[in-house]
Ligand binder design. Sequence first.
Ligand code: RP5
Length: 168
Amino acid sequence: MSQAEPTPTPLPVIDEFDESGPLVGILIGSESDREAIEPAVTELNERAISNELLVLSAHRDPRGVAEYASQAAVRGVRVIIAGAGMAAALPGVVAAYTDLPVIGVPLTSSKSVMGGLDALLSIVQMPPGVPVACVSVNGARNAAVLAAKILAQGGGYPDPPGRSSAAA
Ligand code: RP5
């Protein structure tokens, strides 16, 4: 006799959204990623692009990631930057729950393999149909520049005066 499949617990439903949410949502998988993602926050702030930074782990809090990603667009978020190290599932999981463009930032950590090659491959090797844009290892600033360029397609976030998009 076959056993019944377990019934999945429904995702929590958010009743109220912050309609004036930021244009860019930035997620990191761990507090230990905060320093590495800071250049993205700085770049966006210098361009006066609204953003928020949350720590949400794909393996420690998958429901939280699903909730955030599935509600982001309706809150006004237009691009999501997701930085993670090691297996770095976060950007791919986010992309699975939203149609917004997702930019993955492979990060190094004290436990990285080959200086972050583990995270780089995890992010860049998304299977067909669920794309994640991928910047260089620890390329947080480039992720923000790319987010600005994506937003510019909707009209209006050019490079700030005296600044070039040619990022480090
Ligand atoms: C990933 O594992 C995080 O993105 C981080 O880069 C790495 C190590 O996380 P901690 O063990 O420092 O929390 O989930």
